[in-house]
Design a protein around this ligand. Structure first.
Ligand SMILES: CC(C)(COP(=O)(O)OP(=O)(O)OC[C@H]1O[C@@H](n2cnc3c(N)ncnc32)[C@H](O)[C@@H]1OP(=O)(O)O)[C@@H](O)C(=O)NCCC(=O)NCCS
Length: 169
């Protein structure tokens, strides 16, 4: 097994693995996202190859300066994604990647490594706990579509918008 930083030469294999982890992304969206990551000095892509050179796992790392629950120092090293192909799981590949992430975090001057996981992915919670993370917070995201109201217009002018909104309820 070999762990290496992603380079342009690895791009297609990295992209394929990323689309397996995040199937809701289109290929074009993922290409943009990974291209930005590849050229960022605050992020790093890591690829794992087996002894035959096949890409079997990846991890994306970043330095986050926005709010990270319970972090005591900013920026915080963050595991944006970690994925091991199904047939290579439970062979310490994930654990080795987290050890790599810790080393990277330390080299960036960080004292913590953080990540998030979906509520409906309890297997990953088990893994993260096993490799030394502690759960900090559970979050549910909300979103609502909005219709712009002209704040300088009269109530009469805004009435069609407000009526349309109440019809949506
Ligand atoms: C989560 C994932 C990265 C773990 O990788 P892995 O290579 O299988 O994990 P490892 O073999 O290194 O396991 C490390 C430890 O975690 C435990 N572990 C791993 N997966 C586990 C699971 N599903 N349930 C319970 N424990 C688990 C292992 O038993 C091992 O424990 P040990 O040190 O006591 O032996 C991998 O299962 C995966 O890619 N899942 C799909 C993608 C995903 O959910 N990613 C995380 C969300 S972004």
């Amino acid at each position: 097994m070999k762990i290496c930083k992603v380079t342009q030469n690895d791009f297609q294999e990295w992209l394929n693995l990323a689309l397996e982890l995040w199937p809701d992304y289109s290929c074009a969206e993922m290409e943009v996202s990974l291209t930005n990551l590849l050229h960022s000095d605050r992020e790093q892509g890591i690829l794992v190859r087996d002894d035959h050179g096949c890409a079997i796992a990846f991890m994306n790392l970043s330095l986050r300066s926005d709010y990270v629950p319970d972090a005591t120092k900013s920026p915080v090293a963050y595991v944006e994604g970690i994925y091991v192909k199904a047939e290579y799981r439970n062979q310490d590949v994930g654990k080795t990647l987290i050890q790599y992430a810790e080393q990277w975090a330390s080299e960036q001057g960080c004292i913590e490594l953080a990540l998030d996981a979906l509520l409906d992915n309890p297997a990953s919670h088990e893994f993260y706990t096993k490799v030394g993370f502690r759960e900090v917070e559970r979050v549910v995201f909300f979103i609502k579509s909005i219709v712009a109201v002209n704040l300088t217009a009269s109530p009469e002018e805004n009435r069609p918008i407000i009526e349309a909104r109440s019809l949506e309820k």
